[in-house]
Design a protein around this ligand. Structure first.
Ligand code: SF4
Length: 333
């Protein structure tokens, strides 16, 4: 089932009211319950859970070590192009923003990649604005040709593509796809995505399915915590992984997940957002980090490949000071 239909099953306002109605006793039950179910997870997201943070942190830590050990998977983003045809209200690369635009040639990408490689990174994330007329498939293939010998893993965070294009990219060595839904609130999504292809909520929402069907081993999804109620975003972010990939044809039983959280938030020059608009962003990330670890390990396969992921601060630099929270799903062949 397309996740869009799953989303319709849970009206935003009802989820919000349900989260608000949770009590301390619901939270106590939820903290001790494994495997976690969505209903219990809602309790952990509630304001009633805040006095239990220390207990949740200890439990989360235990589960994380049990499943992932002390592994940290670091990767570096490499920006191919900041040309963008979209107008996302929170983004410094918004098409209306008069910033210098640059698209690296494949040779320039190689130079940057070698520098990243010398720093010790073996996992690379290729990022670009929404510019399919510039970041074409031919361009991506030429870039990948140069990068494949250098990196053990190459992921993309570019504009959503169709399944056929994803299959081609996998053939050329890409193994991971990241796409951030920004917000799962369809009406608010339109308020923030003023024009361009990204305004199509449903096309973006379906991207992880297309990527999973194409065969990416690693799928990253995330939300911007600040556009709407972050607790409800957390619910839909977890549900999106839960419903789409756990036990589904897309993920099968060979799925594990890990989470990611930046240490801090950065504001880019030319950003349309300001710190005062979104106070407490680091706190939100901290809370989300704890919350999402609870359901995740119940879906995990232990594997030497598993581990938690940390993102480098540059990843966040173009999204104002809005904190992201992401989950990354990996398929083990
Ligand atoms: S968030 Fe992405 S798609 Fe939106 S304006 Fe920024 S670079 Fe473009």
């Amino acid at each position: 089932m397309e996740f869009y239909h799953e989303l319709q099953k849970y009206p935003w306002d009802e989820v919000e009211a349900w989260i608000e109605s949770r009590t301390a006793s619901h939270v106590e039950t939820a903290v001790g319950t494994q495997p976690m179910q969505l209903e219990n997870f809602l309790s952990l997201l509630s304001p009633a859970a805040e006095p239990f943070l220390e207990e949740m942190a200890q439990c989360s830590h235990r589960l994380t070590e049990q499943r992932f050990g002390k592994v940290i998977n670091l990767f570096a983003p490499l920006y191919l192009s900041n040309v963008c045809t979209n107008r996302c209200a929170y983004c410094g690369f918004n098409a209306d923003n008069p910033v210098a635009r640059l698209t690296l040639t494949p040779e320039q990408v190689e130079t940057e990649a070698k520098f990243i490689h010398e720093m010790g990174f073996r996992h690379l994330l290729l990022v670009s604005g929404d510019s399919p007329h510039i970041v074409t498939m031919e361009y991506l293939h030429a870039v990948l040709e140069k990068l494949r010998p250098l990196f053990a893993s190459i992921s993309i965070e570019i504009f959503p593509l169709d399944g056929g294009a994803y299959c081609k990219l996998i053939e050329h060595g890409v193994d991971g796809l990241t796409v951030f839904q920004e917000t799962y609130h369809e009406d608010r999504y339109r308020d923030f995505h003023l024009s361009g292809k990204k305004r199509d909520f449903r096309w973006r929402l379906g991207t992880p399915e297309r990527g999973g069907d194409a065969g990416f081993r690693r799928l990253g999804m995330g939300a911007l915590l600040g556009l709407c109620n972050w607790r409800v975003e957390g619910f839909f972010l977890a549900d999106s992984g839960w419903e789409r990939f756990w036990g589904s044809a897309t993920g099968g039983s060979k799925v594990f997940s890990s989470d990611s959280m930046p240490a801090t938030c950065y504001a880019p020059s030319g950003s349309h957002t300001s710190a005062s608009l979104f106070p407490g962003c680091a706190r939100r990330q901290e809370l989300m980090s704890l919350h999402l670890r609870f359901p995740m390990p119940t879906w995990c396969n232990c594997s030497p490949l598993s581990g938690s992921s940390c993102l480098t601060p540059e990843w966040f630099s173009r999204r104002g000071n809005l904190p992201y929270f992401a989950i990354i799903w990996c398929r083990l062949e």
